[in-house]
Design a protein around this ligand. Structure first.
Ligand code: UDP
Length: 410
């Protein structure tokens, strides 16, 4: 195991000593060192001086936000591109405790196959998108509204992703941007998914080509991993042990007043034999290139919404402004082609009525637990963005500690 790569400049041998030598008692045992687990440990320590043990089966902290500098000197994200954006002042204030931030507004292009070639258009779709794709000639919001109105398929209360996208965009845009991308991403057609999934991508009548419109959009100056290090690393109340699978050590853990579980909720109850929840995973195909001008493509994220290729997007991290200083002078670049798949680490809950109803059963069991708290994207089975994961963890922490009598601090 090459720990130097995984840990960057940190060397923390204790992280890998298993459960040996640990105290017999912790206030919290936290399964998972991602956003939710680290928020709970940090808040428990700072607000109540409580001691936490965090375990994670991976060899790094930061969960799916984990990034590091690779052998070409480029900061990359191991689990796919992460962009922080939020409208929640509480979250923005909170994350500023752990990092300096560089303003960054994410812009995504879609590479759309037309005839023998490709055309690059803004995503979310806006005026330029339809002008380039369909030879429309709209130049203001009224004309764009008219163009869309003549194509939209009205649905008062869209029941699924297809109805919602057709109601907003009409058939041509739907086919070009949403339909096949969604099938590749979820292995389901939009009509098999909740309306909320495709509604993440608006259809704009103006020329705003930003992917997000939240008031706070930025990248951590030294990468996301540094945030987690600053949250939990130097705190004497927080003990971290990596490369430990909770299910291997369940019976051997020290005592605690609360277990915070941030893994997939169905894995916690797997012995009960209920059907498993669906999660979608990702695979990344890495390529190294030395293009003449140092860049493979002209943006960080280029989507491929068509069915002619199997990947959904190509990410070139060198475009991120929070790279080490000399990166832009280097000739080499790495790109990642992103494929979606069923097998592998769970990344995405799959929002549809079947999974929602099954999750409801797990949720009922979870509600009956007095000493276990289920927190985060996988445990709450919610398609959280990073900021929503921070907010959810902060609010769940408030909620739990405002009513719990299990802790001596109360
Ligand atoms: N989507 C699409 N075409 C695109 C981008 C997104 O159809 O070019 C749809 C697709 O269903 C996707 C969803 O919108 O799963 C949410 O996209 P987002 O970029 O928010 O996904 P994430 O970054 O979370 O993977």
């Amino acid at each position: 195991m090459d720990l130097s790569v995984q840990l960057g400049n940190q060397s923390c041998p204790n992280w890998f000593t298993g459960l040996k030598g640990l105290p017999q008692n912790f206030d919290l045992i936290i399964v998972g060192a991602g956003i939710s687990g680290c928020v709970f440990a940090e808040q428990a320590s700072r607000r109540y001086n409580l001691k936490s043990l965090i375990i994670d089966k991976r060899k790094h902290i930061g969960g799916n936000c984990y990034d590091f500098i690779n052998r070409h000197g480029i900061r990359i994200s191991q689990y796919g591109v992460h962009l922080f954006h939020t409208k929640f002042s509480r979250v923005w204030k909170y994350v500023n405790n752990f990092s300096d931030w560089t303003p960054y507004e994410h812009r995504v292009k879609g590479n759309i196959k037309i005839g023998a070639g490709y055309r690059m258009v803004p995503i979310p779709p806006s005026q330029d998108t339809i002008n380039v794709l369909f030879g429309a000639d709209v130049s203001n919001e009224i004309e764009m509204e008219e163009w869309l109105n003549s194509r939209r398929v009205p649905a008062e209360q869209p029941k699924n992703g297809e109805e919602s996208a057709l109601a907003r965009s009409g058939e041509e845009l739907y086919n070009a941007i949403f339909k096949h991308y969604t099938k590749k991403q979820w292995n389901k057609w939009p009509k098999e998914l909740d309306a909320s999934v495709l509604a993440r991508i608006p259809v704009r009548t103006n020329t705003d080509d930003r992917y997000f419109t939240d008031p706070f959009q930025a990248l951590p100056k030294e990468g996301y991993t540094k945030i987690f290090e600053n949250m939990v690393l130097e705190d004497p109340n927080i003990t971290i042990r990596l490369c430990i699978d909770y299910f291997d050590v369940r019976g051997d853990l020290p005592e605690s007043n609360l277990l915070v579980f941030t893994g997939p909720i169905d894995s916690y109850y797997s012995s009960l034999g209920l059907p498993k929840l669906e999660y979608r995973s990702l695979k990344f195909e890495e390529e190294y290139h030395e293009p003449e001008d140092g860049y493979y493509q002209n943006c960080l994220q280029l989507n491929y919404p068509g069915e002619e290729v199997d990947y959904t997007r190509v990410v070139e991290y060198k475009h991120k402004p929070n790279q080490p200083k000399d990166v832009h002078r280097r000739k080499g670049t790495v790109i990642f082609k992103e494929y979606s798949c069923d097998e592998g680490e769970p990344y995405y809950p799959v929002p549809n009525p079947e999974n929602r109803s099954l999750y409801g059963k797990y949720k009922e069991m979870a509600a009956r637990e007095s000493k276990v708290c289920f927190v985060g994207r996988l445990a709450s089975y919610k398609y959280f963005n990073m900021d929503q994961a921070f907010l959810n963890a902060l609010e769940m922490f408030d909620e739990y500690f405002s009513r719990s009598s299990s802790f001596p601090t109360h």
